[in-house]
Design a protein around this ligand. Structure first.
Ligand SMILES: CC(C)(COP(=O)(O)OP(=O)(O)OC[C@H]1O[C@@H](n2cnc3c(N)ncnc32)[C@H](O)[C@@H]1OP(=O)(O)O)[C@@H](O)C(=O)NCCC(=O)NCCS
Length: 230
């Protein structure tokens, strides 16, 4: 999927577009908050209520770091169908295993550091009705464009290995992740991220409350090859 010449949809600047122009990435705005919450609820049915992002959280993200909040619009209907939420931070790769709510300042992004040289991926969700059509790929591309534009070192995230819960009685998390990395099994989230160029750095126990991933996170890293000393 490559960008088209589309520059504006419904008066909003287009940051990236699917090659057919049907779906576009824009910066999220306050009026999107109800739709962002609806997409979130559809995407994370097993996540604890205390860890779900609601309208209040999306508005806080936009106040902290507007450029990091992305929405995918259906250019025909104007509906929000997917989103991603990021902020900037310093990364200590020796101490990366933090619970989601601690890392994100209770999901309000109060941990955003305007001088941080890494982008932290707090969230990505594509509505179930439009999955498998390249929308996550579009969002990852737009996030990498932001990393390059800000000359950051790269993008990190706590991925949710959503296939792990189903096999956790027979597999250790390390064994499971190794099999996904070796492409011996597919995970509905981690496999998507590995395809987008991310590598696995380590496991995060007690990352969040979600049975589908056994409460684990996987710390993943995408490096900006074009990063240069400021
Ligand atoms: C993970 C998620 C964002 C992927 O979104 P998507 O728009 O369907 O992904 P894409 O269509 O861009 O697919 C990207 C690649 O991953 C592959 N892929 C998609 N779903 C997959 C799955 N369930 N298993 C294995 N591979 C998959 C696609 O085939 C594609 O591969 P390609 O680049 O070789 O063509 C989406 O499933 C989702 O919102 N899940 C629920 C929320 C969630 O768990 N978010 C992650 C939190 S860390």
């Amino acid at each position: 999927m490559t960008s088209t010449a589309l520059t504006e949809v419904q008066g909003r600047s287009v940051l990236a577009a699917r090659s057919d122009g049907r779906y576009v990435v824009v910066q999220a705005q306050a009026s999107d908050a109800p739709a962002l919450e609806a997409v979130q609820r559809a995407c994370f049915p097993d996540l604890s209520e205390s860890e779900l992002a609601t309208e209040r959280h999306f508005l806080a993200h936009q106040a902290q770091f507007p450029a990091g909040q992305l929405a995918v619009l259906d250019s025909q209907s104007g509906q929000v169908v997917a989103s991603s939420s990021d902020f900037r931070m310093q990364v200590d790769f020796a101490h990366y295993a933090h619970p989601y709510l601690e890392e994100t300042g209770d999901n309000l992004f109060t941990t955003h550091d305007p001088q941080g040289d890494w982008l932290y991926g707090a969230d990505i969700g594509v509505h179930p009705d439009v999955r498998g059509q390249g929308l996550a790929t579009l969002l990852y591309g737009a996030r990498h464009d932001l990393v390059r534009r800000l000359n950051l070192r790269g993008h990190v995230a706590g991925a949710m290995p959503k296939g792990y819960g189903a096999v956790c009685s027979t597999h250790s998390i390390e064994q499971y992740v190794m099999e996904v990395v070796r492409n011996e099994r597919a995970d509905p989230v981690l496999s998507v991220q590995l395809k987008r160029g991310y590598g696995v750095w380590g496991i995060i126990p007690d990352y969040l409350e979600d049975e589908s991933c056994g409460g684990y996170g996987v710390f993943i890293v995408w490096r900006n090859r074009g990063h240069h000393a400021p």
